[in-house]
Design a protein around this ligand. Structure first.
Ligand code: SF4
Ligand code: NI
Length: 678
């Protein structure tokens, strides 16, 4: 039976309008600064209950997206949230975390799948294709159970996000797009015109694939996504309207073509899938066939530049036991040695490329990797081994991915995997000497020693005027790019998002203001920003896009500065949570008193330099304090401020400004006697 879209939309819209009249009670989501995000973005009304929902709906000119959102929120409030595997509403912090993948090319677009697939293998194949083509996919309705029937793993870690059990839960796909516009795009709540223009620019490239079986109300809701410039494809069962008919097997390609997304996926001939879609997965103990490192056996990884005569491109060697000689469940020693050669390659690129081993191993559907150097921990899954995965294939994967991702830098890559204990131990000692040498070289690197910084404008995809300036002592606020990364990225791709920035004359030493940086900023931000103090939170701080790892902000009451990281969900002495604070900055704007920073920047000598140094730091969440622990202690000790570590409060000492004041007084925190911040 064919469903006529035009008729269904008419009938469904009437149902939505009728339902709007009957909803009641409070309507809200947790862990967001954007209330009901679509209603907020379109109307500027912070919907909190049924009455404000109706107000927003009327104010929006009865926009069906607003109705859909409010009705869904009402139903969730009265039925209770759905449990596993469904995610429901996705918190702001998750979207911010996605930010970097959305700009660095590892997620090329977003896809929503709704409806009831005829057979489980059809939806499974569709989702696999989306994973392999670097798409982030959201699922709403019976498609989720059909995937589970086909034993497909779902979850954000697999880039297959099960929003809920009905197509109506697909509103959470739309509320993500609304938040991308507000978080990264600087679209002001209520500026519907800007929102639509932003959507039309297709900064977040999104599409819908609909299987048959949607109700009138669901069709009217999904159809409203076209208001956001989203094409809707279907695999049959519908006629009329603006939906685009495709053969099921062509849907992904047709949709990506429509969005202008080009992707060439070169399959690596190994017996497991390989895509950034698998990067976030984990392999639990019960699922693992063998593990390496992780304190269970000696293991390390090392990437070295070699003379071209010593590297045979594509050669993979395994020294020691292969998978068939290894008992299920065991811990085995491992050395991963990647030898590279290339006329444009330089020795100081080694550590930067070495860190890619982590990503590449995780791209494997059945291989998992964590940490780096001699701290690595690697697992291979039982399932993958059952499908024929051997240790040798890890080498194949690495050799292929390095060549694919660095074609201009590497002419030859060979990989040696050692599982023989004595040999691993011998080589590990050599590797440790090399790590130490590298650390010495990088540790000494100061902003004063270089005359060139690097820019990053990757996030302009979403925040059109945002520019990051990356210096040796100030890594990018997303935590993903160091000065050395910027330099290498520029050498690999001279016209790319990372450009050299001549420092030029120093205008303010303490604040870190440079003539050349200002000039660059003005041009790269299209005139929106014309000065920046790299080491300041108070005056002319760097602009924020939305993917900062942490926020530093002034607490005038205690003459200090606090930092809160994305992972911390509780209250802070500023009176706001991370997500609320984050909602007030970003979009490429400069906000005096606030700076988006990476967690690592806290350890830098330039951190808070303009405000008098790390002595200004009065509060950080305990999870961050723990994470930085030994390194922060060491930095403070070097500065002769070993006591400061205990004087910096966490949520255990204070969650309000009054408690913080009392604590700082009691421990005699140095910030209290520093010069006034304003
Ligand atoms: Fe975005 Fe800045 Fe990170 Fe580049 S360095 S990806 S612009 S946050
Ligand atoms: Ni960003």
């Amino acid at each position: 039976m064919m469903t006529d879209i035009t008729e269904a939309v008419r009938a469904g819209s009437t149902e939505l309008a009728a339902a709007m009249a009957t909803i009641s009670g409070p309507l809200q989501y947790d862990e967001t600064a954007y209330h009901l995000p679509i209603s907020f973005a379109i109307t500027g009304t912070a919907v909190s209950d049924a009455d404000s929902a109706r107000e927003a709906y009327a104010g929006s000119g009865e926009n069906p997206l607003v109705a859909w959102e409010c009705i869904r929120a009402h139903r969730t409030a009265s039925d209770g949230a759905e449990g596993a595997p469904y995610t429901g509403f996705i918190p702001d912090a998750e979207i911010r975390k996605l930010g970097y993948s959305l700009v660095d090319g590892s997620i090329l677009g977003l896809c929503l799948i709704v409806g009831r697939p005829e057979r489980a293998d059809i939806s499974a194949a569709l989702c696999r294709e989306l994973q392999e083509k670097y798409m982030l996919t959201f699922l709403a309705g019976p498609v989720v159970s059909s995937l589970l029937d086909a034993n497909v793993k779902v979850g954000l870690a697999y880039r297959l996000v099960p929003l809920g059990s009905t197509a109506s839960h697909a509103i959470h796909f739309a509320d993500i797009l609304a938040r991308v516009a507000m978080i990264f795009g600087g679209v002001a709540p209520g500026d519907a015109e800007r929102l639509l223009a932003y959507a039309a620019e297709r900064r977040a490239r999104a599409m819908v694939i609909a299987f048959p079986g949607l109700s009138d109300e669901e069709i009217a809701s999904i159809d409203a996504l076209r208001l956001l410039g989203i094409p809707i494809l279907h695999t049959g069962g519908y006629t009329g309207g603006e939906w685009i008919a495709t053969e099921g097997t062509e849907a992904v390609r047709t949709g990506m073509d429509l969005l202008g997304i080009k992707v060439t996926v070169t399959a690596i001939p190994i017996p497991m899938g390989c895509s950034p879609a698998f990067e976030g997965k984990s392999i639990r103990k019960e699922e693992m066939y063998v593990e390496f490192g992780g304190n269970r056996s000696p293991a390390f990884e090392l990437l070295r530049m070699r003379d071209p005569s010593e590297v045979v491109d594509g050669r993979v060697t395994v020294i020691g036991p292969e998978i068939e000689e290894i008992q299920e469940g065991s811990a085995v020693p491992l050395a991963i040695l990647v030898d590279v050669a290339g006329s444009n390659f330089r020795k100081d690129y080694e550590p930067v490329l070495e860190r890619r081993i982590h990503n590449f191993v995780n791209y494997g559907e059945g291989s998992w990797h964590t940490a780096q150097r001699d701290l690595i921990w690697v697992r291979l899954s039982k399932e993958a081994v059952k499908n024929g995965l051997r240790i040798e294939h890890l080498g194949r994967l690495l050799a292929a991915k390095f060549r694919m991702d660095f074609p201009d830098l590497l002419e030859a890559v060979q990989v040696t995997l050692v599982t023989d204990r004595a040999e691993v131990e011998r080589l590990k000692a050599e590797a440790e000497a090399i790590y130490a040498e590298r650390d010495d070289r990088i540790r000494g690197m100061r902003d004063d020693d270089v005359d060139t910084f690097y820019s990053c404008t990757l996030c302009q995809t979403f925040a059109p005027d945002h520019v990051c300036i990356i210096t040796p002592e100030r890594p990018a606020l997303c935590g993903a790019i160091s000065w050395l990364d910027g330099r290498i990225a520029h050498e690999i791709s001279p016209a790319g998002a990372n450009q050299p920035v001549q420092k030029g004359a120093e205008l303010d030493r303490n604040g870190g203001e440079f003539e050349g940086v200002n000039r660059f900023l003005k041009k790269a931000s299209h005139g929106a920003v014309d000065r920046c103090r790299l080491y300041s939170v108070v005056e002319y701080p760097m602009t924020c896009c939305g993917c900062f790892e942490a926020i530093a902000l002034v607490l005038p009451e205690v003459n200090g500065i606090m930092v809160v990281n994305r992972e911390y969900k509780g209250e802070t002495p500023s009176g706001m949570t991370f997500s609320t604070l984050a909602g007030t900055i970003g979009g490429g704007a400069q906000t005096p008193g606030f700076a988006g920073i990476s967690k690592g920047f806290i350890l830098s000598d330039r951190f808070l330099q303009a405000e008098g140094g790390i002595e200004r730091l009065v509060w950080i969440p305990s999870n961050l304090k723990e994470e930085l622990g030994p390194r922060l202690r060491a930095r403070l000790a070097e500065k002769g401020m070993a006591d400061l570590f205990e004087q910096i409060a966490t949520e255990h000492e204070a969650t309000t400004i009054e408690e913080l004041m009392a604590f700082l007084d009691q421990v005699g925190h140095p910030a209290l006697s520093m010069r006034e911040l304003f």
